[in-house]
Structures are given as C-alpha cells and as structure tokens.
Ligand binder design. Structure first.
Ligand code: PEP
Ligand code: MG
Length: 570
C-alpha cells in the first residue's frame, strides 16, 4: 500500500525515484572501560584509515562536480586526520586510562575544540569546526554507522531530510538528485528558493516525512501540488509519469516566449528579472528569457566553505555575472547573512529570534571589514556591466546613509588608486521591514530604487515566521495589509521619479501578478523558472483593468476576498 503525505509545494515539477535519507545518524555510545588495549587502539586506527579513504573520495568527487573551492574544505579535514597532535593523545588516552575508543576520541577532541573555539583567532576557530567534523566521521566508523554524504550520491535519488541548509542544497548534483522533500520549511525558506533555481521539484513542510520514509523506499514528489507518495503503486507511477510529461510539455510551450517582451495587453512594459544565488544560475537566467537580474543573493558565495571569500574571488564572481548579462541590469545585494543563512566560520551568537537579530546590514555595519571587502570587489567589477547595489534589511534611514557613506569611501579610495569604477551605479534598498515601508516617502528622496522583499516583509508584517509550517496560514501575501504597504512603496518611489521592483517570491506568484501589475510595480524579479509563465500571464492582462482590480483589493477585509477577486478574472 502506498501512503500519501501532504506538504507545501516548493518547486514545480514531478520527481519519481527512491528516497535518500539525509538525517543525523545516532552516534551515541557507552563509556566502557576495556581490557584489550591493543585491540581498541587498532579499532581506532582502522576508523581513522577508513575515514581517510572516504574523505579522499568525497574530496575528489567534490572537486569534479563542484569545483576546487568547494573541495578545499575536505583538504582541511584530511590534514586534521593526519595530525599526530590530535591522534597521539587519543591513543595515549586509550592506553593510559583503559577507556574505549569512542570515549578517548570524544574527550580529546572536545578538549581541542573548546580551546580553539575560545581563541580570538578566526583561523583557529575554523580548525575547531574541522576537528568537530572529522571526529564525527571517525566516531561513525568506530561505531559502524554510515554518515550520509550528499556530495557522493551517484545514482538517481530524492533527498529526504529535516531541512536542507542552503549549503547542503548548493552541493546537490542535479544529475542524480531528482528532487527533495523536507519536514520543515515554507515556500520562501532558502532551501525552497534554491530548489527553484536548480530546477528540481521540491516539497517542504511535510512535518514528519523522515519518520515515515526509509532509505531506499520508492517515492514520488509532486512539486506542483505538494503531494508526496511513499512506496507508490504501479498505477500511481504511471499516472505521475503522465503528469511529469504534461509538465515538461507545458515548459516546452512556454519556451517559445523566451525572446518576447513582457508587455501587457494595453502596451505597458514591465521588466521580468531573475533572482540568482551564484554565477552557476546564469544558464537558467538565459534559458528562461530574463530581462535582467533583480536580486543576486551574494551570501551564497560565502557559504559551503570554511573561510571568507577574498576580494579577488568576489570580484571574479561579480564581474562574471555582469559580463554574461551583457549590459542588462544586475542588482547585487550585499551580504545578507543571518536568519536561516548561517556561516559557521563567523561564529555568530545564537539568538532567540534569529530573523529579528544580528543579520544582514546590521552585521555589515558592525563588522565593516567584511562589508568593505565586498564593496571593493563590487566597485571593481562595475566596469563590466550595468551594476546596481542594494542593501538588505534596511530599517532606518541612518543605516542607509551609513552604508552608502562606506560605499562612497571605498569608491573614492579605488579611484585614487587608479581603478576604473562606473559612475552610474544605482544604490537602492530592500524594503523588507514594515518601518521602512511606512517611511517610503522619506527613503525615496535618498535611494535610487526600492526592491520589495516580500519574503521577509510578509513575515514581519504578519508576525508569522516564514520557516514555520505551523503558522503558514498566517503567511498571507495577498492580505490587504501587505498590498497597502506595497502600494505605498511604489507610489512613494514614483513621486520621486524612482522605480520599484520586487524580489520576494510574491513577484512570480500568478495570483499576485495581476495585483502587482495594477499597483504599478516596475520590475518583477523571481526564480528564473517562473519568468516565462509570468510573461505569458502579463501579455493577457490589461494594466488599466488591473489598476481597478488592485483598487478594490486593497479595500478588502481578508486575504480570501482578495483571492476571490483575482479568481474572477479567469
Ligand atoms: C528577497 C528577499 O530576501 P531573502 O529571501 O533572501 O530573505 C525577501 O526577503 O523577500
Ligand atoms: Mg529578505
């Protein structure tokens, strides 16, 4: 018998394959004393050797599939595995204290980790993280437990996990990973956003799929409806193969619009741009006919590694994107770390409410060395295309002024060093915080553009965590309160002759698009895979009529009423 599980549709498409369970294995052990000391030392040494073999494979695989920079993290792990300063004390601990190998390993590694973590030295802190990772691998081998290694997957699978961190997602190889399904998360959690740029179907927020599915179970995930079928019957597989075919046929049909303009029925042109996380996403940008990049989430450059990207590395990534976009506008957002996007090597404090905490521009204005390095890389890259710079999570006008002042200082320094910097870079902000939307008229006098980040704006306005499937019913993009904020921001920008875009997921949502067109949004930036569908829809809409529709929507009392209004269109 198959089993149906309902989740949240996160990325379009249908995947049919078998489950690869990506969950933390049980590595508990008892602290027994031992009599066969030599046997225990041998056990430990064998585990170290097995770890070496495994890590070397992982490293080589990562280099082949993901590039040398992603592989470097495993080089660091291999060095730890050969370090006598770590290994000898563990052996001594077994011999001198007659403790078993897991206990000896745990005591010595915890000791090193604590010492290194408390040093005021970034390099040593990174080593603490390496030791933690390597010790876990050795322990798994001692206990005979298999650790999941997503970067080693070499057959078709659907990943099943609690959640996928953005760096887990970045390591997935599309050739083998056909989709994923998670316990937690919503449509705007970053693993969901990344699954859309990777163009792999995903269902999130299933609550307990990891308890229901076993490694290797047959699985269907329907990223269009949010349904997951565990151990499907032959008939179900046939039906979903048909659904998959239909989806691909529709995609092919939409591909015909790739070079069309995005113009409404009554001739109003809007810009349909793409959101990207890394230069690797550019292929999808081109294949889907994006007219620019409305959001480049640069934080992904900082993830999945154990140290900061240098100015040079950043310069290369930014200039590559600018060159490949060939003069089309590229809005690069400065580092937006924090919330669900962690950087282990930054050792950020654990907070009660990370989405309301030390993140994004708050962190950059505090740790200005990180910020300045990024700005220099961006300014140097500016001569290769049409660069716009955007600051995330701006809450006050002073934050914007401070960030802009630092940017201008770095520009002046570069120019005095003889570096060419574009003079026409537009400097804008994300509108993600209700306070900023409320003061949009004040901001509009000083910024060059706004980009509304509805993923956060909705969660802050409704006080409903975007990561929580339990309060997902309150995460209401079409709530009239949200529509009023959007209207206010767009009108404020237009009054000052500026433009407003939207780079939250709402910009690509087919229910929202008629309303946003009516509210006068200038640029819609979305997952590249949503662009062609949005273009098709906009071509069929009359902007004047949508103005009227939006006027009625903002006076509705509930989200349901708004949805009903939009549904009457079709
Ligand atoms: C685009 C946004 O930023 P992110 O999803 O990266 O928080 C947003 O908040 O809408
Ligand atoms: Mg945001």
């Amino acid at each position: 018998m198959s089993e149906l599980l309902k989740g949240i549709a996160a990325s379009d498409g249908v995947a049919i394959s078998k489950a690869y369970l990506l969950v933390e294995p049980d590595l508990s052990f008892s602290s027994d004393n031992i009599s066969d000391v030599d046997g225990e030392v041998e056990k430990f040494k064998a585990a170290v050797n097995q770890s070496k073999v495994e890590l070397t494979q992982i490293r080589n695989n990562a280099e082949k599939q993901l590039g040398a920079d992603k592989a470097a993290i495993f080089d660091a792990h291999l060095l730890v595995l050969e370090d006598p300063e770590l290994l000898n004390p563990i052996e001594d601990n077994i011999r001198n204290n007659k403790v078993n190998a897991p206990t000896a390993l745990n005591e010595v590694s915890t000791n090193f980790i604590t010492i290194f973590e408390n040093m005021d030295n970034e390099y040593m802190k990174e080593r603490a993280a390496d030791i933690r990772d390597v010790s876990k691998r050795i322990l798994a081998h001692i206990l005979g437990v298999e650790l999941p290694n997503p970067s080693m997957i070499n057959e078709s699978v659907i990943i099943v996990g609690e959640d996928l961190t953005p760096s887990d997602t970045a390591q997935l190889n599309k050739e083998f990973v056909k989709g994923f399904a998670t316990n937690i998360g919503g449509r705007t959690s970053h693993s969901a956003i990344m699954s859309r740029s990777l163009e792999i179907p995903a269902v999130v927020g299933t609550k307990d799929i990891t308890d229901r599915v076993k490694h290797g179970d047959g699985l269907i995930i329907d990223g269009l409806s949010g349904d997951v079928i565990i151990n499907p019957t032959d008939d179900e597989v046939l039906a979903y193969e048909q659904k998959q075919k239909n989806f691909l046929a529709e995609k092919e049909e939409l591909a015909k619009l790739v070079n069309d303009e995005s113009v409404s029925k009554d001739g109003v042109h809007v810009e349909l741009a793409a959101n990207i996380g890394t230069p690797n996403d550019l292929k999808g940008v081109k294949n889907n006919g994006a007219e620019g990049i409305g959001l480049y989430r640069t934080e992904f450059l900082y993830m999945g590694r154990d140290n900061m990207p240098s100015e040079e590395e950043q310069f290369e990534a930014y200039s590559k994107v600018l060159k490949e976009m060939d003069g089309k506008r590229v809005v690069v957002r400065t580092l937006d770390i924090g919330g669900d996007k962690e950087l282990s090597y930054l050792n950020l404090p654990k907070e009660m409410n990370p989405f309301l905490g030390y993140r994004a521009i708050r962190l950059c204005l505090d740790q200005t060395d990180i910020f300045r390095t990024q700005l220099r890389a961006l300014l140097r890259a500016s001569e290769y295309g049409k660069l716009n710079i955007m600051f995330p999570m701006i809450a006050t006008i002073n934050e914007f002024r401070d960030a802009k002042a630092i940017l201008l200082e770095e520009k002046e320094k570069l120019v005095s060093e003889g570096v060419k910097v574009d003079d026409d870079i537009e400097i804008g902000i994300m509108v993600e915080i209700p306070a900023t939307a409320a003061l949009a008229d004040i901001f509009a006098k000083e910024v060059d553009f706004f980009s509304i980040g509805t993923n956060d704006l909705i969660q802050y306005t409704m006080a409903a965590d975007r990561m929580s499937e339990r309060v997902a019913y309150l995460y209401q993009p079409y709530n009239p309160a949200i529509l009023r904020l959007i209207k206010q921001v767009i009108e404020a920008s237009h009054k000052e002759g500026k433009w407003t875009g939207m780079c939250g997921e709402m910009a690509g949502d087919n229910t929202a698009i008629p309303l946003l067109l009516g509210l006068g949004l200038d640029e819609f930036s979305m997952s590249a895979t949503s662009i062609l569908k949005a273009r098709k829809q906009i071509k069929q809409l009359d902007q004047k009529e949508m103005q009227e529709l939006a006027g009625r929507a903002i006076n509705c009392a509930t989200e349901e009423e708004v949805v009903e209004l939009v549904n009457q269109l079709s």
